[in-house]
Design a protein around this ligand. Structure first.
Ligand SMILES: [Ca+2]
Ligand SMILES: [Ca+2]
Length: 271
């Protein structure tokens, strides 16, 4: 004789729904960099700084998050994905982002944009930074859509005792702008002053930056600015690769040429 399992109560159904939401929630979460092999901290991935390293595919919510941060009313960082890396020496850092499907969860077809900033968001166990914290809202223009700015410095704050009496004072994370790259043309990313795309809206971007030692955050999001009007929150997959290389020393013949040029300039000044 078989026994049927008891029917789930309404409360259990709600608990299942809450668990499902919690499972889905990371694509909407506050700023974090994950951890380990499936995270977004490149220093924790094998091979970092010894050749190209690709993080596990990640999900971005919405097709417009990066482009939305290029305009006058800024954007919401929940519409981007944050990665981190730390350099211990001057380096040439090549960042490449490719759109990719993630089975049963995220679509291909994102036109990506990214920006690199010096600085990190607050890390656990501190409360996470987000656009909806009281201090983030208080420290930006009332009309701003969020705190994210794609082309200049910006700040986020975490939650303070106004949310939880156990928390210390809310703290600022400053992201100091270092550079960007964006897929396509102004047809997709909009008409922000001075913005240059890679000219081909094919879901792929790559660009190289000369960076000093320090901690960096990389924010990747969608570059389809017209989609912001409909604000559809489709989940898109991205695959992000970093290649970190030392800045080449001048070669011996190059150094000799530099020395000769210096001597010639000295002689001209004395002549
Ligand atoms: Ca905006
Ligand atoms: Ca492209």
């Amino acid at each position: 004789m078989s026994s049927l399992p008891p029917r789930a109560s309404l409360g259990q159904h709600f608990a299942s729904a809450a668990l499902l939401l919690a499972t889905i929630a990371p694509s909407q979460a506050h700023i974090s960099y994950g951890s380990g092999l499936t995270g977004r901290n490149f220093n924790q991935l094998p091979g970092f700084a010894s050749g190209p390293v690709t993080a596990s595919p990640q999900a971005v919510t919405g097709s417009y998050g990066w482009a939305d941060g290029t305009d006058a009313d800024w954007g919401d960082s929940h519409r981007l994905r944050a990665y981190r890396f730390t350099l211990s020496y001057d380096a040439l850092v090549t960042v490449s982002v490719q759109d990719t499907a993630i089975a049963s969860s995220s679509a291909a077809g994102l036109l990506p944009g990214f920006s690199i900033y010096r600085g990190l968001a607050h890390l656990s166990p501190l409360p996470a930074d987000h656009d909806g914290s009281a201090s983030s809202i208080a420290n930006r223009p009332a009309a701003a859509e969020g705190s994210f700015q794609a082309l200049t410095n910006w700040s986020l704050w975490n939650d303070g005792p106004e949310l939880n009496p156990a928390y210390g004072p809310a703290q600022e994370s400053l992201f100091t702008f270092c550079g960007y790259a964006v897929d396509g043309t102004s047809t997709n990313f909009g008409s922000a002053s001075g913005l240059l795309g890679d000219g081909l809206a094919d879901g792929f971007i790559t660009s190289t930056f000369s960076l000093a030692p320090g901690d960096y955050s990389l924010f990747v999001g969608g570059a389809n600015y017209p989609d912001e009007a409909s604000a559809v929150l489709t989940s898109y997959g991205i695959s992000t690769t970093l290649n970190v290389a030392p800045i080449p020393e001048p070669s011996a013949p190059g150094l000799a040429a530099l020395a000769l040029a210096g001597l010639a300039a000295l002689r001209r000044r004395r002549a």
